[in-house]
Design a protein. Structure first.
Length: 100
């Protein structure tokens, strides 16, 4: 069994396993609180939903934290795509997410 089996919320890194495991362990105690913060922001947006950059702006979380917590909520079946895409500040297209 790999070391990742003990941390099912995290996907394997591209490199440097030990650093990634240390990072995963350090945030583990905060995951539920951060997911609640992201879920509340998405819920408050209603059917329109939020894109990751909007979640970042509302919650004040960094991109890596906000998108990882949103992904966790998707995996848990609590958040789904709205079917809408919006333009990010960098001009790219981003999916919007809403509470299921």
């Amino acid at each position: 069994m790999s070391a990742w089996a003990a941390l099912p919320l995290f996907t394997p890194p591209h490199s440097d396993l030990e650093t990634s495991l240390e990072s995963a362990r350090s945030i583990e105690q905060h995951v539920a609180r951060l997911e609640r913060r992201v879920l509340d922001a998405i819920a408050d947006s209603g059917e329109r939903g939020l894109c990751d950059h909007e979640i970042e702006g509302i919650t004040g979380l960094m991109h890596t934290t906000a998108s990882a917590r949103r992904r966790g909520l998707v995996i848990k079946g609590l958040v789904v795509e709205t079917g809408e895409r919006r333009t990010t500040p960098s001009g790219r297209s981003a999916k919007a997410w809403r509470v299921k």
